[in-house]
Design a protein around this ligand. Sequence first.
Ligand code: PHB
Length: 392
Amino acid sequence: MKYKQMFRVALLASALLGASLSAYAEDNKPIKVGFMLPATGTYTALGNAIENGFKLYVSEQGGKLGGRTIEYVKVDDESDPAKATDNINKLIKSDKVDVVVGTVHSGVAAAMAKVAKETKTLLFVPNAGAQAITGPMCAPNIFRSSFSNWQPGYAMGEVMAKKGIKKAVTITWKYAAGDESIKGFKDSFTKNGGEVIKDLNLPFPNVEFQALLTEIAALKPDAVYTFFAGGGAVKFVKDYKAAGLMDKIPLYGAGFLTDGTLEAQGGDAEGLQTALHYADKLDNPKDKAFRSAYETAYKDMVPDVYAVQGYDAAQMLGIGLAATNGDVSKQAELAAAIEKAEIDSPRGKFTISKAHNPVQDIYLREAKGKENVVVEVASKALADPATGCPLK
Ligand code: PHB
C-alpha cells in the first residue's frame, strides 16, 4: 500500500472509531431520574421510604438499569398541588431528566401526569392513587407501581359487609384520595347490603378532628371507614382512642391508616383491621430478602408499603429499559415489556393492566404490636375499573 493510501485508511478508521465511540458514550451516558416527592409536611416519611426503596433496587442491580448508570436529582413537592406544574417543569426543562418518579399526593400527581402526557416524559407514580392517572389521563408513558384509591376501599367494603356491619360513617380528607377511597368502599359495602349514614370530612392536611369525633359518637354507627395517611393517620388514631371511641365504634380503613405509622401510634392502633396491597409476615421469599436488604441498607429502618412501591417502580423501569437496551425514547417497546411482565414484588407477584395500574391481591391485615399482620387475602387479583382510559 502506498503511503497516501495508508494515510487515508488510517484517517477513515479513526473517524469511524471516533463516531462509534461517541455513539457508545451517548448510549451509555447516565439516565437521569428526577424524584418529585414530599420532603416536608404530613407525607414526609412516605416520600423518604419511596426514595429508599427505589434506590435499594437500583443498587442491587449495581447502580445500573438497562445497562446504563442511574443518576438522581430531586425536588420537594411539599404535597402542594399549586406548585406541582412548576416543579415537574423544572425537572424536565432545567434538570433535563429522562424519567420522573413521583409522587405521594393525588392532586400533585394528577398535575404531573398532565405535564408528562403533554411532553411525553416517562413518569412512574410510586404512590398517588388518583383514578384519573390510570383513567381518563392514562398514557403509554405513564405507569403506576402502587394502587388506585378505589382498590383498598373496595376490598374493605366487602370485608365489612361480610362481618355483618350495616350502618357506617366515613371520615377523610376532602381531596381526590379521600373521595375515591370512600367511593371504592361504598361501591362494595352498599352492593353487599350496607348503608353509609354520613360522610364526614375536613380539608387536607388538617388534623382538628375533635368536632367530627363528637359527631361520630352522636351518630352511633356500627363502624367507621376512613382514609388518612402519614402524620394525619397517626393523629387520627390517637384522637379516636382518646375520645373513647375505639372500644365502642370499630374503626376500619384503607391500610395507610396503620402503615409506617404504628411506632408513632404507640399502641393506640392495636387490633385495627385495614385493607392494603402489602402486609407484614407475607411469608414469600422476595419479601424476606427485601426486608432484610432494606434493614441493612437503611440502618434498621423497617420497610412499609411506600418502600415497596418505590422498589417496584425501579423494578418496572428496569424491566422496560432491559427491553430497549437502556433507550428511554423507545416508549412503545418499554411499555410492552412492562405490560407483559409479572413483577416479583415483596407484596407478592402482580401484573400491570393496559391502563398501567397494578392488578394485585388486597390483604386484610390486623395491627399487632409494630406489625400489620396479614389475616387473609380480602380480594384476589383486584383490577381498578380504569373508567375512561382509552388504552384498556
Ligand atoms: C394520595 O394522595 O393518593 C395518597 C396519599 C397517601 C397515601 C395514599 C394515597 O398513603
